[in-house]
Design a protein around this ligand. Structure first.
Ligand SMILES: O=C(O)C1=C[C@@H](OP(=O)(O)O)[C@@H](O)[C@H](O)C1
Ligand SMILES: C=C(OP(=O)(O)O)C(=O)O
Length: 424
């Protein structure tokens, strides 16, 4: 059920410390690796939100034992995977692309479906790759059915991963459990979101898997066991960006505790992006501290590597002085919604000046006015509306509930950051 929400305006500079829950991308990778491992694993500080709860539910339906530990951890005990099972992917790219390669190792029939828009997200490439590696999959998009044979021959496959890095990550995450391992070659326009593939490779190596990524656009995963271990999940740096943006647009100061000095999360690039827009950003013992400027400045930026930050950067751009040009993100037309079309429509509905290019956006300064901001079931569209609503009176977001995709309580966190009455 959608839930309309009047975006609160800030009555002064936002000054807050905002602890951010765990990374969606790390949590859902750790869950898959733990499910395929040779012994039990513990996920410490995992994200508990719709995308990760769907992954847990799907793995449980395949026979994996996942229990709640103290302090919100998850204890994952692997078992042989088996169908029949029905997997609900929701709108989660990480579930629809990471789980089928693992489920192909099961015995039995497994069906996959998801939200209405999930049925339009690109899937053909990874399902064709699974077939080429020896899995039995009927269908080219959600809904589809996988007939698990208890094992996958594996081997070499060439794919065009320009629509999503998750095609590569999905195949690599399960590849060590295929008889011949897996070699994935990319042939096509550049692969987006490369840090997410680096995250996959780094986590596989942490689990003792041998991965060769020395050649560009080629990844080799040797067959062998995946080690069970303790996974410590970093805060979700992309989810931190709306809160950093709250300081950026109000001339305030926001601290995100636990910001890692080094990370494979593409959200790590936020530091540089906010600086380029005029913010002062420092990594301190207390976390990442961002101080907002008097006026933000527009930037010309290629976000191919950190494309999931586009809605936040676009919201900042709509409030900045000077033109912003965002390049390298054609593929986000296949994200939770067509994000290029959605951002242009919603910024312009508020009186702004945004236009679509072949691979991105141009956003020029123009005064905005209050209006309904549509989220299109996209968590990052919803939070982009919240950012603009901080400084533009009368903005409502049509569906704030969709933020539960990756944040269990965005409205509560937002109210607390703004010190609103009744906030936690
Ligand atoms: O592997 C991951 O965890 C992700 C990869 C990226 O997908 P795309 O490569 O489709 O952009 C990113 O945008 C998404 O939010 C999470
Ligand atoms: C693209 C995103 O999600 P997904 O994992 O569903 O692809 C996102 O969170 O911005």
């Amino acid at each position: 059920m959608t839930q309309q929400w009047s975006a609160p305006t800030a009555d002064g500079p936002v000054d807050a410390t905002v602890p951010v829950p765990g990374s969606k991308s790390i949590t859902n990778r750790a869950l898959v690796l733990a499910a395929l491992a040779d012994r039990a694993s513990t996920l410490h500080a995992p994200l508990r939100s719709r995308d990760t709860n769907l992954m847990v539910a799907a793995l449980r339906s395949l026979g994996v034992d996942i229990t709640d530990g103290p302090d919100g951890s998850w204890l994952v005990t692997p078992h042989e995977l088996r169908g029949p099972a029905q997997v609900d992917c929701g709108l989660a790219g990480t579930v629809m692309r990471f789980l089928p390669p693992a489920a192909a190792l099961a015995v039995g029939e497994i069906t996959f479906d998801g939200d209405p828009h999930a049925r339009t997200r690109p899937m053909t490439t990874i399902l064709a790759a699974l077939r080429a590696l020896g899995a039995d999959v009927a269908g080219d998009a959600l809904p589809f059915t996988l007939h698990g044979k208890g094992g996958v021959p594996g081997g070499e496959v060439t794919i065009d991963a320009s629509a999503s890095s998750q095609f590569v990550s999905g195949l690599l995450l399960s590849g060590a459990r295929y008889e011949s391992g897996v070699t994935v070659r990319h042939d096509g326009k550049p692969v987006p979101s490369m840090p997410h593939i680096e995250m996959t490779v780094a986590m596989l190596r942490q689990a003792g898997v041998v991965v060769d990524d020395a050649s560009p656009n080629e990844w080799r995963v040797e067959p062998g066991p995946i080690e069970g271990r303790d996974w410590h999940v970093e805060p979700d740096l992309s989810n931190a960006t709306p809160f950093l943006a709250a300081a950026a647009v109000t001339g305030g100061q926001v601290t995100i505790p636990g910001w890692p000095a080094e990370t494979t999360q593409p959200g790590g690039a936020a530091r540089d992006l906010f600086e380029r827009m005029g913010c002062e950003v420092t990594l301190t013992d207390a976390g990442l501290v961002l101080r907002g400027p008097e006026r933000l400045t527009g930037i010309d930026v290629d976000l191919r590597d950190e494309s999931e930050l586009t809605p936040t950067i676009a919201a900042l751009a709509a409030l900045a002085e000077g033109t912003t040009r965002i390049r390298g993100v054609a593929h986000i037309r296949g994200h939770e919604t067509d994000r290029l079309a959605a951002l242009v429509t919603e910024i312009n509905r508020l009186g702004g000046d945004a236009s679509e290019t072949e691979d991105g956006l141009i956003i020029k300064p123009r005064p905005l006015h209050g209006e309904l901001w549509r989220a299109y079931a996209d968590h990052r569209m919803a939070t982009a509306g919240a950012i603009i609503g901080l400084v533009v009176d009368g903005v409502s977001v049509d569906d704030i509930g969709c933020t539960t995709k990756t944040l269990p309580d965005f409205p509560g966190m937002w109210a607390a950051a703004l010190s609103l009455p009744g906030a936690r």
